[in-house]
Design a protein around this ligand. Structure first.
Ligand SMILES: [Zn+2]
Length: 589
């Protein structure tokens, strides 16, 4: 996309014709002359190609029209007085105080999930979700009286607002829209509660923010979806397209109980590719290069947790061996951390599209990035073989770790355990390494690298290596990957025609103004959408709330202390869902 196809053509065609001229029966002198001419020819064509590229630099400042096309601000065409009034009401003080109350109330209900939860119905810790549902039912009466509500695996919530035309002739382009959020939050460790400015389940409002666990991940999204739906119902909206709301309850603990079951029910009903679009929690806005970007996530990095266990003989520590299981594990971790995965920007990576959008629309786009973007070619670097590095990725990564890990596989040793007694050598030591896998790479790249490093350490200490083979024995190093997923398919994000992306982008620009550039984004984390890949190509992980006065942006304090959400940001999210549901209802997608 960034490179002109003609350029490839020019470079490749000359060596090809040159080869054709050579016949096997020519005398040596002719051979030499032809070779010499060929060399001159190649050098010349190379020089031409180079100067072509230099010209490309200036043309890169005005790239072809097809790159990063922005749809116009999109408003529903069937003007409806009551719905316009409802839209205006979202900006009122009356609505503001009501939604503060409703979101605060949702934050006050503790809905933590834990990695070691048992089955629903057996592990009592799930029971908190009964109270959460009661709260939603009481707080959004129109939604709960009008829409069909189904409880999937007890706590998963599936709301169906049947579309008028969804069984008619044009059902093909009236596939359902799905809006998603999760009811659960990550836990708050007891020893961090004192560090919160306001207690984590206070839902305190300080005049700007609502504070508490789940305030921005992602009860704000869940409440904003319900607020918009409630308003649409109260003001007589009748969708032509079926609207589904799907709220999982264990997104923070892999999602199998919640979204895993919800997606199965939805799949039974609508089948492969049976949905028009899915919007779930995700990336928000970024102010960079003098421009505001909205970045709905069109892809998710892959993810894998690798457990590394070292098993070596125990015994009394008064007569120790030189290296205990803990020491050997430490050596292994040190070797793993000594090399990082290379920064590499695959052209399918949504961040590549954001760079193109920056080059096209951002006045302050850095000249060095512009130059490297125009010359970009895929890299074959790997942790073991530097190959051709990717100068564009390396330069872009300098903007900071948030950007760097959009285009680099990450590794983090997050858990370590071993040893129980001060006078006994540990028979086992274990670490868990979390990886988020770059677009264009696979989890196999991670497994191959760890197998190689662990193999070296195992040989040195005379241990057997069991790398991802499911076996376990004494005197060994074991590698196991219990949870993994490859990077997601990439949602189409062409703003030039009518598509789910352009409806989303047009709705964003209707709210935030046409100076806002909508670019595909990429998620470093995972969402419940990974259970929806078969259901639609059009999945967007998007936090649509933004407050132009508050440049820090949306996801404050998620997964740590002092989680909070800016109320202006939350109200804009309500506007977005209200507008998006109407806009997508009209679109022929
Ligand atoms: Zn979340």
């Amino acid at each position: 996309m960034s490179e002109n196809p003609e350029k490839h053509h020019q470079i490749e065609i000359y060596p090809h014709t040159h080869q054709k001229r050579i016949s096997s029966r020519r005398p040596l002198a002719v051979w030499l002359v032809v070779l010499l001419l060929g060399a001159v020819y190649l050098a010349l064509s190379h020089a031409v190609a180079l100067s072509w590229r230099d010209n490309g630099r200036s043309s890169a400042s005005s790239p072809p029209q097809a790159v990063c096309v922005q749809p116009a601000a999109l408003f529903p065409s069937d003007a409806d007085g009551k719905l316009e009034e409802a839209y205006g009401h979202i900006s009122s003080d009356a609505f503001r105080s009501k939604t503060i109350e409703r979101l605060s109330g949702a934050v006050q209900i503790k809905t933590e999930t834990f990695d070691d939860l048992g089955e629903v119905g057996e592990d009592r810790r799930w029971d908190v979700f009964f109270g959460f549902y009661d709260y939603l039912e009481k707080t959004f009466p129109a939604v709960h009286q009008t829409l069909r509500v189904e409880k999937i695996n007890t706590h998963g919530l599936l709301y169906t607002w049947q579309g008028r035309d969804s069984n008619g002739l044009d059902a093909a382009y009236r596939k359902p829209t799905v809006l998603m959020a999760h009811q659960d939050t990550v836990p708050v460790p007891d020893d961090t509660i004192d560090a919160w400015t306001y207690p984590p389940w206070s839902g305190a409002y300080d005049g700007t923010f609502i504070w508490g666990r789940g305030a921005s991940d992602c009860k704000n999204q869940l409440i904003a979806i319900l607020e918009a739906t409630e308003l649409l119902l109260q003001h007589g909206f009748q969708p032509k397209r079926t609207l589904l709301l799907s709220f999982g309850f264990d997104e923070e603990s892999f999602g199998y109980h919640g979204a895993g079951n919800l997606s199965a029910v939805i799949h039974d009903r609508y089948g492969d590719d049976g949905l028009a679009v899915v919007i779930d929690e995700g990336a928000g806005f970024e102010n960079v290069w003098g421009t505001l970007f909205a970045k709905p996530g069109t892809a998710e990095k892959g993810s894998t947790n690798v457990e590394v266990t070292v098993r070596s003989p125990g015994g009394h520590s008064s007569v120790p061996r030189d290296h205990t299981s803990i020491g050997i594990l430490s050596e292994l971790i040190t070797q793993i951390e000594a090399t990082q995965y290379p920064a590499r920007l695959d052209e399918r990576n949504p961040y590549f599209a954001q760079l193109q959008c920056g080059a096209t629309h951002a006045a302050a786009f850095p000249p060095k990035l512009r130059k490297l973007l125009a010359r970009h070619r895929p890299s074959n670097a790997s942790p073991d073989h530097p190959g051709h590095p990717d100068p564009l990725a390396i330069e872009a990564a300098k903007q900071g770790p948030e950007i760097k890990y959009l285009l680099q596989t990450s590794q983090a040793v997050d858990i370590v355990a071993g040893g129980v007694k001060v006078n006994a050598m540990p028979e086992r030591a274990k670490a868990v390494i979390n990886h988020r896998v770059n677009i264009g790479e696979t989890t196999q790249v991670v497994y191959d690298r760890l197998t190689r490093i662990a193999g070296g350490v195992a040989r040195k200490h005379n241990l057997t290596l069991h790398a991802f083979d499911g076996q376990d024995e004494a005197d060994s190093i074991l590698l196991v990957a219990p949870h993994s997923s490859e990077s997601s398919p990439i949602s189409p994000a062409d703003g030039s025609g009518v598509s789910p992306f352009s409806v989303l982008a047009g709705s964003v620009r209707a709210i935030y103004g046409e100076e806002t550039i909508v670019t595909p984004g990429i998620m470093t984390g995972n969402t419940d959408t990974r259970f929806f890949w078969d259901l639609t190509k059009h999945i967007f992980r998007f936090a649509p709330g933004y407050d132009p006065e508050d440049q820090v942006g949306g996801l404050r304090g998620i997964h740590t202390i002092n989680e909070k959400v800016n109320v202006n940001n939350h109200i804009n999210a309500v506007k977005f869902f209200f507008l998006f549901v109407r806009n997508i209802d009209e679109a022929e997608v």
